[in-house]
Write a protein that binds this ligand. Structure first.
Ligand code: GNR
Ligand code: NI
Length: 175
């Protein structure tokens, strides 16, 4: 299964609003497998389809530790049903914003409805790192990045840095 290239800030693709998956078919299964392989290779604990350039509402998560068996989970068309009033601050990173980390405040727990990899409708309660990760990934489906939840000063600094990196990579004659 191929590892797919990651879409990196400031690529405007990251701001697209992804569309629902219509049928959980073999193409969706293949995409989920590719996303998991890409996430493990990175490595990361979650990945949204838009991060590999596919604007579909699906994401993968694996919170297992290095010394544990893998525990891949696929969430298709996830909907947040409710969020707790209690908030939680967690340091976040994003594979689309390499090597930048910042604390983000979000609801500490959420209730979610989604389709699993077999197309079966499920509901789950998530807290801790799972709640943080799922909210980070669902943000991606709506074109939102974790830097949208930090101060404008910090966000502008990060965006400027990644714009410059992209310019330098494109070469001195471009941009
Ligand atoms: O690998 C990732 N780690 C992470 C840490 C804290 C909060 C969220 C995340 S998700 C991130 C992978 C990623 O960019 N998913 O979109
Ligand atoms: Ni991310």
């Amino acid at each position: 299964m191929p590892i797919k290239p990651l879409v990196i800030l400031p690529d405007p693709i990251l701001r697209e609003v992804s569309r629902p998956v219509e049928r959980v078919d073999a193409d969706v299964a293949r995409l989920a497998a590719d996303m998991l392989e890409t996430m493990y290779d990175a490595p990361g604990i979650g990945l949204a389809a838009i991060q590999v350039g596919v604007p579909l509402r699906m994401l993968v998560v694996d919170l297992s530790k290095e010394d544990e068996d893998r525990a891949p989970q696929v969430f298709i068309n996830p909907e947040v049903l409710s969020v707790s009033d209690v908030r939680n601050v967690h340091e976040e990173g994003c594979l689309s914003i390499p090597e930048y980390y910042a604390e983000v405040e979000r609801p500490a727990s959420i209730r979610l409805r989604y389709l699993d990899r077999d197309g079966a409708q499920k509901e789950m309660d998530a807290d801790g790192l799972m709640a943080t990760c799922l909210q980070h990934e669902i943000d991606h489906l709506n074109g939102i990045l974790f830097i949208d939840h930090i101060s404008r000063l910090k966000r502008d600094m990060v965006v400027r840095k990644f714009r410059k990196l992209a310019r330098d990579k494109a070469g001195p004659l471009v941009g």
